[in-house]
Design a protein around this ligand. Sequence first.
Ligand code: SF4
Length: 888
Amino acid sequence: MADGSLIPTVRTACPYCGVGCGVSGQVAEGRALAVRGDTAHPANNGLLCSKGAALGATVGLEGRLLSPMINGREAGWTEAVGLVARKFSQAIARHGPDSVAFYVSGQILTEDYYVANKLMKGFIGSGNIDTNSRLCMASAVVAHKKAFGADLVPGCYEDLDLADLVVFSGHNAAWTHPVLFRRMEAARARGQRHVVIDPRRTDTAEVADLHLAIKPQTDVRLWNGLLADLIRRGAVDRGYIAAHVNGFAQVEAALCEADQSPTAVAADCGIATADVEAFFALFAATPRTVSLFSMGANQSTQGVAKGLSIINAHLATGRIGKPGACPFSITGQPNAMGGRETGGMANTLAGHMDFAPEDRARVARFWGAPDTADKPGLKAVDMFEAIHDGRIKAVWVMATNPAVSLPDASRVREALDRCPFVVVSDCVETDTTAFADVKLPALAWGEKDGTVTNSERRISRQRALFPAPGLARPDWRIIADVAGAMGFGDGFAWPSQASVFREWARLTAFENSDRLLNLAGLLDLTRSDYAALEPVQWPVTEGGVGTPRLFADGRFQTSDHRAVMVPVRPVDPVSACDPAYPLSLNTGRIRDQWHTMTRTGLAPDLWRHAPEPYVDLHPEDAAAVGVVEGGLTRIQTARGEAVAIARLTDRQRPGGLFMPMHWTDAFAPSGRSNPLIAANLDPVSGQPEYKHTPARVRPYRETWKGFLLSRQGHAPPKGLDLVWRRIPQTACDLYEFAGRGDEAERDALRRALGEPAGELLSYGDPATGARREAWVDRNRLERVLFMTSGGPLPPRSWLADLFEAADLPVDARATLLFGRPLGPVVDAGPMVCACLKIGARTIDAAIAAGAATPDAVGAITGAGTNCGSCRPELARMITIAREPAHAV
Ligand code: SF4
């Protein structure tokens, strides 16, 4: 359709992070999709970050599972569902209900979660369903339950606009929740202050008013010190405490066990006393304070204690339930909250009910399921350990990739390999589907239809833009079909997702006298009401009215309606004193990729900011072992080894390493971070410690390296011990590789790659080990292969761009084997603005020419003027340019 205005717009929600942005999508032809931010959605008011803006590039059918597969052969749904039901039923009959498990995901919809939980906990009768939200949010959940009586997020995004101070605790919002960060940038321009508590000088920290680069694991010490200081100053709200809070005296007594002076706190946290004093004074003086906490706090063996120490400071000052004041846990996934609500975690039942006898009886009564589980099941890491040692005989993994994302990922692969029966339902092939006996094709984003809940308890609709491809089905339908085949059909006979939602809403309201998670106002949605449902924050009262902020009346969900302050004591930091592994490895997310890249990996623009796995380290640590900027580097822990590009930066504390967690076998088999991580858990929440693993680095010392650009896809060559990366480009794939062998290894790689059709142009220089080859077929470039034993390699961008041409230009053909055009080459440098493809050198030139703000850089170069995700990086570049001391 030539006129875009004639194309219907579908309002849906982004599938990536917990901000939960509204997206307006228009499908032109086939699966061509144009997206923009939904201006009517309160979470983002029309903004999208780089990932959301690139959604249109991720909806192709490449790599999709489109038919059920049984042991590698296509099968029909009847056969596949029958087999799954039979295998699960057999395991249950022989070994009991706890011999089976579901491992599900914050990617599935609330309706899917509800049905999966009902089947496992209600009808199979085991608690063995856990979600990958265990890896992100479990510590915050426990902290909420201890302090508020239930897993309740007090605040809303409006609080981020209204706050005078935002404290980011282990939260690089500029990269992980970019649209929220842009809201806070706007508030900062109005005078809001930002304090960042993070061992790394992230983009969020770089532009903050104060950055506290604490030693890993010292968060509790800092927050306890803050609370002690608030008490000393008389800045706690004794009236609020008397009226609404228990436990203050116990917390105060526990604080007295240690020296809480700013000097002592600063020494233990490894930061300047003046910075500690500045933080304490700012917090004390700012009633409208929001304390955000995310993975940096939660993914820790002390995750629950960190969350409680933050909440304690807010309860003691009465900064909760008020505009612009709350502790605020931000979720990582689009529907982590939906899973927490519907009982996707092994230690809860649905509707914020637990395994207390009266709760369990209520849920069983509602479901008509007398065999409902009466005890919690196994949490994620323990679940895979039970698979490894044979206690679990059958597992169903839904929409997640534990072979990459769990700690000690090599052991998880062993577990899946040993498991007698593995089912994976997903929309794409992943590292985990490689272990599946049965693969079940699920709908992807853009095809699914249901609801998700974002970090501020806002329920939004994900709506279908495309018809279901192939034989793919909604997750809830697949689970209900298996339930039916297991003999539980009566409880799973919904005609639509709207009817699943209504049942879920009814459960939240069932015998509900005091549970805040209550969708009473959504019980009677008709199918068309459900289709048109506008974003709304629970609790939803009669008439469909939502609730932005909890606890405004000072009443909590405890038995006496008072909040609870819980004493938490810092444990000694797990020191990096092991001489074999003297550094501390921290892992996390990057700006333009999502999880294990199953979706964002399809958008070439999202690769430009960070094309290869990297490790950030301080120059002193690098120099000590001979690691150099840009060099391939081995990162070693007691669990394993990875290889990544070294980036030397003083944004990293001495002694600290940072590695992104996204890479998989499909893109960089030796660049995966999670095989390096030990499965150390918070003892209560079961959340793994991804933020501190003793580690060391060494140069990789390759003897040769090269790159390949090819229209044809290539898997890592079998039998060769190479560092191998695939980096999608617009019209081809780029492969970077390096090895430590001799000429024979290079020849073996060349043989493994095979020969494409076309004319071969080649050049070799035995002195430098250079080999350069290009294949041109009917004047179209098919492949370029460059290898060297020591000489330089040209930039890849000019060659990659040639693949976009229908015909190879004559002058380009003449210089193909030089890898550059005739005349001067403009190297834009590393990509900063992925949307408009603006590189660092272009931006540096604009700053040198006088651009002193991100807006000014944008006016000259265009960078940051589309989605705005790179604006924090622009601000950082400006800061660095003005303060040479920051530069390495
Ligand atoms: Fe999606 Fe970005 Fe919004 Fe997160 S911030 S929901 S990734 S558009």
